[in-house]
Ligand binder design. Structure first.
Ligand SMILES: [Zn+2]
Ligand SMILES: [Zn+2]
Length: 111
């Protein structure tokens, strides 16, 4: 199984299904490239998330996490293009899933 490491002092091991780091408590998610699980910091004034090394890039949790807790995708708000007529904010995989369910993406298989 592929694992990742938090950048906090504990170097906590993170998994694809991790939603927060057990050591430092930060939110953990997958970015739009869906290749890396890493911690995000919360900007409490805006409610948006950002990576420590790229604070100018803002993220929001995928709506499928907010609604169903099924997805750990983080949506890059700097590049996000809303679907016309819809106000949902979905990560790359969930946007794709609306039309073609892709069960090769492990986090979309219900446990
Ligand atoms: Zn951590
Ligand atoms: Zn998603």
């Amino acid at each position: 199984m592929k694992t990742f490491e938090c950048d906090c002092q504990a170097h906590q091991i993170l998994f694809f299904e991790s939603s927060s780091c057990l050591a430092c408590g930060r939110i953990v998610g997958l970015d739009d490239n869906f290749d890396k699980v890493e911690p995000y910091n919360l900007d409490e004034t805006t409610g948006q998330y950002f990576k420590a090394e790229e604070p100018e890039i803002r993220y929001q949790k995928c709506d499928n996490h907010a609604d169903y807790k099924t997805c750990t995708g983080m949506v890059n708000l700097n590049t996000f293009v809303p679907v016309e007529g819809k106000d949902e904010v979905l990560c790359f995989a969930c946007r794709f899933n609306e039309t073609i369910p892709d069960l090769s993406i492990v986090e979309h298989i219900p446990l």
